[in-house]
Design a protein around this ligand. Sequence first.
Ligand SMILES: C[S@@+](CC[C@H](N)C(=O)[O-])C[C@H]1O[C@@H](n2cnc3c(N)ncnc32)[C@H](O)[C@@H]1O
Length: 212
Amino acid sequence: MNKKIEQYIEQHSSPEDPILENLFRETHIRFINPNMISGHLQGKFLEMLSSMIRPDNILEIGTFTGYSAICLSRGLKPGGKLITIELNDELADFAQSYFIRAGVENKIIQMTGMAHDIIPRLDQMFDLVFIDGDKREYVEYYKLIIDKVKPGGFIIADNVLWGEKVLDIETTDPQTRGIINFNEMVRKETAIEEVILPIRDGLMLIRKTAQR
Ligand SMILES: C[S@@+](CC[C@H](N)C(=O)[O-])C[C@H]1O[C@@H](n2cnc3c(N)ncnc32)[C@H](O)[C@@H]1O
């Protein structure tokens, strides 16, 4: 997107709060691949979506340093909970310190391990699931969670345009293939409806229309 329009959008969206601003900055100083973080505009958008849905239960796959978890947790109903799964156990203490600073530590349950091991053990239904883990595993995540999404509930999947590489349908790059396969699978699924928004790297919103 043209830089001037990007600046205009930033200037005409609510400012990033200081805690998220610090989290963004510290993530860039301390961690590798900091560009994985959601950031200001996407974070605000996730917060808005969550506030519209007012979920009781949210599941997130891919905590990283906790930016999106904080944003999504702000839309929870009073007493609601967000479970966030992260395989890298070196991130948990750092993310927790920001959950405390943001005052959302009582709403967020961190689980450390592989999503495929943890999700089958979760004995509850979700109003909202945010998929933001390994791009090669999106199809698998979808299959693991779809029966745990309430009818009328939502799935949000990040990076579904993958830097526009999804247009290269012959690609053998495993991450691009993972995203292409996910997008194709969603297109063919029944009992859901979906739309891709060109925000940041592409956000897919999926609504489950009926129990399968
Ligand atoms: C793109 S980052 C998440 C960014 C975060 N949601 C945010 O917006 O700030 C993806 C994270 O998913 C984690 N991850 C990848 N595969 C996973 C898996 N199978 N189970 C759990 N976490 C996984 C990675 O370690 C990484 O920290």
